[in-house]
Design a protein around this ligand. Structure first.
Ligand code: GTP
Ligand code: SPV
Ligand code: MN
Length: 596
């Protein structure tokens, strides 16, 4: 029955059973037989819909409640004993108070239901950087997603061993999916996560944001490593050498797309190739040679569906062709396949929109509706990805040459620039602002601070987190990756993006790698090193990116940047004297350079 003898696991599961009182407990061993019977059960109850098995073998569809389609940041809490340890950018509650508030909600909540006990590893099983979690849940959807997103099953328990207490305890119940009583709570001091009243993605796949970012960032601070909201890609040069880059962009700002980039034709002909190691989360630690190494703790992609097509992201689309779960996209009832905005120009006439209503697709869209929810997602196995890196399962990770920050900025931030050094790069990361997206509930398109793309995911005081970055930089010394900032989202006065983006972002990666290898000079400006116009390879897009547009893309408008400095000064105030001196020094230096 239970898959482990580990008394710490058994004791905790017993406690969770006593609390939630399920009718039965099923331990998830990860076997295909067991998963298949769960799939059949979920299909029979209507929880999942089987899609066209010829076109999309192994693929299932799931629809969540309209009130439950994204992360809920206002209901997400970091529960540390001291308020100041959670910091001003997190919702905080004392652990005892939060446990006391939630316990009655969990009391008997699984009566009439089954509890699934899911052992999983974040990171390749046995990797020195990997960690084990156990999630108990009353949702088959969660089990089937965790089976794709993590290394799930018996092997995770074998890796934990019979005595270790080092596992993250995740309790999830969809309960009544009541938004008024929805809570996503992290208890970093207890390695514990309690999530209730949601059945959606980042709220309930507890290995992902809750563990691999919120809890893990806290662990990383204490254990000298880093948990980041970053993609990891390998860029193969014509000489066969592969350089690894990580990039932190806020939710729905292009990580999956950059991680799976297909270089423009000219680059492909020359022999450039991009390999995906990860599309959302990186765990990074200093290796024996002194360099920074990254693993992707996940085993699949929980990717944004809308906007994904043959052209924008061929590799992501290809990844979804088998054994994939689609959540909140639209269904084409003629052939029982899926559709979402910008998949192609032919929305199905005989469609079911994401909330479940049968509609005429083209007419429905013409009336201003979305067929798929803007935050609809695919859960696809990493092994499906045509450009998955041969290093994907390397237990030691890949050595990182460059770290990129970015966000959605219509103005101010140029296409790309390089920091002067690690501390300046840390400052640039701390200063990231981005327009909000549909990945979290709330208004879309509002500019907000999202340091290192970690605002919703940092499990402790944001200023201490910056301090941790600075400390890591000292440890890494001259082996530290170079730090850059990019912005694919600059617009003209009509609001149109002026950089083609997607595959053409290769041109920016090319410059970044050349800078890492000291192959090109740069323009020293007040904000950092910018490319000399002639050093960006625009072959094939000269018509689109004219010299005037390139000027706009590389512009450093001193007045806008002075406003930025003002705004940052205000933003940093909330961190009081926990703000590292290095960060305020960087802000002062920037101001002085702008005033010169
Ligand atoms: P999360 O999974 O939420 O963390 O998101 P992500 O950062 O992986 O975002 P993703 O790559 O899925 O992109 C989200 C949206 O940004 C999609 O609608 C893309 O079409 C769009 N996007 C991605 N890259 C680019 C780009 O280079 N230019 C433009 N204009 N849009 C882009
Ligand atoms: C994000 O919002 O950054 C995601 C999706 O990657 S979720 O898992 O829902 O958080
Ligand atoms: Mn993400």
């Amino acid at each position: 029955m239970s898959l482990t003898k580990n008394p710490n696991v058994l004791k905790w599961v017993d406690e969770m059973v006593a609390l939630t009182q399920p009718d039965q407990v099923v331990w998830i061993d990860g076997s295909e037989e067991q998963l298949d019977s769960l799939r059949k059960e979920a299909i029979s109850t209507g929880e999942m819909i089987e899609l066209n098995q010829k076109e999309l073998p192994g693929c299932l569809y799931h629809r969540t409640l309209p009130n439950d389609v994204a992360r809920v940041e206002d209901r997400t809490f970091i529960c540390t004993s001291k308020r100041e340890d959670a910091g001003p950018t997190n919702n905080w509650c004392a652990p005892e108070e939060m446990y006391a508030k939630l316990r009655p909600m969990y009391d008997g909540v699984m009566k009439g239901r089954t509890m699934y006990v899911i052992p999983y590893s974040m990171g390749p099983i046995g990797s020195p950087l990997a960690k084990v979690g156990v999630e108990v849940t009353d949702s088959i959807y969660v089990v089937l997603n965790m089976a794709i997103m993590t290394r799930m099953g018996k092997a995770a328990f074998e890796n934990l061993g019979d005595t270790s207490n080092d596992f993250v305890r995740g309790l999830h119940s969809k309960a009544d999916v009541d938004p008024e009583n929805r809570y996503i709570c992290q208890f970093p001091e207890d390695n514990t996560i309690w999530s209730i009243n949601s059945a959606y993605g980042g709220n309930v796949l507890l290995g992902k944001k809750c563990f691999a970012l919120r809890i893990a960032s806290y662990q990383g601070k204490n254990e000298d490593w880093m948990a980041e909201h970053m993609l990891i890609l390998g860029l193969k040069k014509p000489n066969g050498e592969v350089k690894y880059i990580t990039a932190a962009f806020p939710s729905a700002c292009g990580k999956t797309n950059l991680a799976m980039l297909i270089p423009p034709e000219g680059y492909r002909k020359d022999g450039y190739e991009v390999f995906t190691v990860g599309d959302d989360i990186a765990w990074m630690k200093q290796g024996e040679d002194g360099r920074l190494y990254a693993i992707n703790p996940e085993n699949g992609f929980f990717g944004v569906a809308p906007g994904t097509n043959e052209k924008s992201n061929y590799n992501a689309l290809a990844s979804t062709k088998k054994n994939t779960i689609f959540t909140n996209v639209a269904i084409n009832n003629d052939d029982n396949t899926v559709w979402w905005e910008k998949l192609d120009k032919n929305p199905p006439v005989n469609a079911t929109e994401w909330k479940g209503a049968k509609v005429n697709g083209p007419e429905y869209i013409a009336e201003g509706n979305n067929l798929a929810h803007p935050n609809s997602r695919f859960t696809a196995p990493a092994e499906n990805c045509p450009c998955i890196s041969p290093e994907f399962n390397n237990p030691n990770g890949v050595p990182i040459s460059a770290i990129i920050f970015g966000g959605r900025r219509a103005k101010t931030t140029p296409l790309v620039y390089q920091s002067f050094d690690w501390n300046h790069g840390t400052f640039i990361g701390s200063a990231v602002s981005s327009e909000t997206t549909a990945a979290a509930t709330g208004a879309v398109g509002v500019l907000r601070h999202d340091p290192m793309a970690m605002k919703p995911f940092c499990g402790y005081h944001m200023a201490d987190y910056w301090g941790h970055w600075i400390k890591m930089g000292k440890k890494l010394g001259d082996k530290a990756p170079k730090i850059f900032n990019v912005n694919w989202f600059k617009t003209d006065d009509e609001g149109n993006f002026i950089w083609p983006g997607y595959g053409d972002n290769m041109r920016v990666l090319d410059w970044i790698i050349k800078r890492c290898e000291d192959e090109v000079e740069a323009e020293e400006t007040a904000i950092g090193y910018l490319p000399k116009a002639a050093d960006l390879n625009l072959a094939g897009i000269e018509d689109e990116v004219t010299p005037e547009i390139l000027d706009k893309l590389l512009e450093v408008d001193k007045n806008l940047w002075k406003n930025e400095v003002e705004d940052l000064r205000e933003f940093y105030k909330q961190f009081g004297d926990r703000l590292p001196a290095e960060i305020s020094e960087q802000l002062n230096n920037l101001e002085n350079r702008l005033n010169k």
